[in-house]
Design a protein around this ligand. Sequence first.
Ligand code: GPV
Length: 807
Amino acid sequence: MTKEEIKQELRRRLRDNYALELEDAGPVELFYSLGELVKAVSNEKWQKTWKNYLTEEQKQVYYFSIEFLPGKLLKSNLLNLGILEEVRQTLADTGIDIEELAAVEKDMALGNGGLGRLASCFMDSIASCGLPGNGNGIRYDYGLFKQRFMDGYQVELPDEWLKRGNVWEIRREGKACDVHLFGNVYMKRLANGKLQPVGENQTTVRAVPYDTGMIGYQNGIVNTMRLWSVEIPASEEAKYQNLTQRRTIEDLTAVLYPDDSQERGRLVRLAQEYFFVSAGIQSIIRYYKKLNLPWHSFSEKIAIHINDTHPAMCVPELMRVLMDENGLNWEFAWDITVKALSYTNHTIMAEALEKWPIHLMKQVVPRIYQIIEEIDRRYVLSMQGIHPEDLIQRTRLLQNDQVYMAHLAIIGSHSTNGVAKIHSDLLKAVVLHDFYTIYPERFNNKTNGITERRWMQLANEPLSKVMDKWIGTSWRKNPKNLKLLLNFQDNEEVLKQLRQAKLVKKAELADYIWETTGIEVATDAIFDVQIKRLHAYKRQLMNLLHILRLYFQIKDHPEIDLTPRVFIFGAKAAPSYSYAKSIIKVINETAHMINTDSTLQGKIKVIFLPNYNVSLAEKIIPAADVSEQISLASKEASGTSNMKLMLNGAITVATLDGANVEIKDAVGNENIYIFGLTEKEVYNYYENQDYSSQKIYEEDKELQRILDAFIDGTIPNVEFEGREIYDSLLKFNDEYFLLRDFRDYVQAQERIDLDYKNWALWQKKSLANIANAGAFSADETVKAYAEDIWQIEPIFAHTEKEGTTNG
Ligand code: GPV
């Protein structure tokens, strides 16, 4: 599209939809008109893509995830369509700043954190690699809550993202399906002697899909993310005249559960899980039937991926549809199911491993529970005589009146993968060791990845331009080529320009901090960033202990030569996670104490930015100098903010946990600050039960002063929270070994303080991080999934300019 065409199209839409001239339109009208224009451009490609999949009978993957976290889509869509610069220019010619209208878009925040964002990075990469893939999830009316601070406390407000409508989605009523919940099931004998399950007193709801195009990077591909919304079916209208009853149904897709890696055994959550699983499986079967192929070819055309256990009911649901609705026998249906399905595990934290009470399953999804019982029975039977009885009992689906969802996912699929090397190894060695004994061939690793299109090209234009200038633009298409930057490690001009680019983003963030908090920060300070959900295992509290140490140091020695530092936090706590909320309160109070104390001469500042989300991440990450990845070794499955920060030239201070281990291997020891217990040492403590935080406290005067600050009034207004935290560290023996790792952490921080003073040395480390970040491109990750797990192939190996169809 030329600039002239863009302008005309925009003018026409503004006139037709709003009766406005381009010159008179405000950001809202401009955003919606531009959005529609983008949709028109991409719909043509979308239509070609899916038609092509159909006629070529391409094998497709369906990525089932209860969370997707795309953020804003306008600029990403423009970039991937290859018209971002043209549109920016066109608007600029009329005196409009594209950023102003881009800001109108609400973040699509249908996810909590890492898991949902990973799903969205994968959607971008799957399309960009020309892989036939679809997302399947839930269209929540309200996404993750909006976070405010009041008196330092987290306050949650509803996320009304659909208030002004969603330009990107297409409602496809024609593709709706019915989902049955509750009631009971009995077996009816048919004339041919077969047993047929019949549902009684069921609640039937309508699942209506809303499709959003997932636009590939300048390759003509547009895939589909399908999100389901609940409605009352026309046939049932009479039943639901009562408003309260209607509400109960509509509640099903009303709101995202705001718990990150925490299990919650709520009925509505179970119904949500079944709802999007059933609708998704039904629409896959409907598609497969169009192909007119025999059932035994199913897994040659369809791969279904289970993103963590939330969609694990794909196993019994696919069995149900194949048997009850299509007459296949158990053995045949089981063979198809196991071949089609695959599963990713995202945590080893016991409290996050889903288990559903049997009574709840029987109540909400009675037929599914019957099938689960039968899977369990046959599993036990098939293993007897092959494996020891205790192993079979430990791995079966039904235990302690609960359904173990991870067991269901592993037994009912052909692949189980972890999300970083260390995590996958721990699954095999400890958490899922029993299953590894039984199905060693099913286990594999797929280290997470990120899309550098959003996290570098869009979020960090100054850095992108420096890259273009020195290594050319090929990294934009092929992130692995970021490696070319290594040729310039000793080129002072390159180092200077990289530093300059960082400074630009730091200045922008400093402005944002000033506007939102009224606090002034200096851009020559180290911007030290920890951004992720608030969890005890992620140890934001240890970061705070270090900050308090610096505070006391400056208080005692005002003349001390510290490199100025700005500590930046972004984190939401699950509304029910009171310990995490206490940590937020204490960080906020400490921040206030420090930021208002002029005797500190601005040497340290603490900024807790409210409402951390994808858009805020895009502001913070490019401005970061230091990336805090300090979870207790073995607890963080992978992490992905570690990769985004590295890509933007931040240097990581890290434990050997999750993907940090691979980041260390990629950049080398001299370009990362590693500290703390190793995963083996942590497990040793568990085995020997000989950890005593009290002992460490007693032997460390400085640590005593820091911990006492929580209860002696040093940190103001935290009478309750300070005590809670103090007790967790001493009375309850410091579950995540903060005190054990503290000294080592402090030493790593002291090295950072020193190294930063030598800008060229620091910038060289930063360069090494940028250059080696290509290894963590989600493009590479999804290609590995495609080859090893899904067995799907890219359709177009060529670029946009060479054409958009392959014949
Ligand atoms: I399970 N993760 C998440 O965000 N929510 C969850 O419910 C579960 C896991 C995260 C892990 O904590 C991260 O370490 C990981 O990088 C991310 O999933 C993506 O794999």
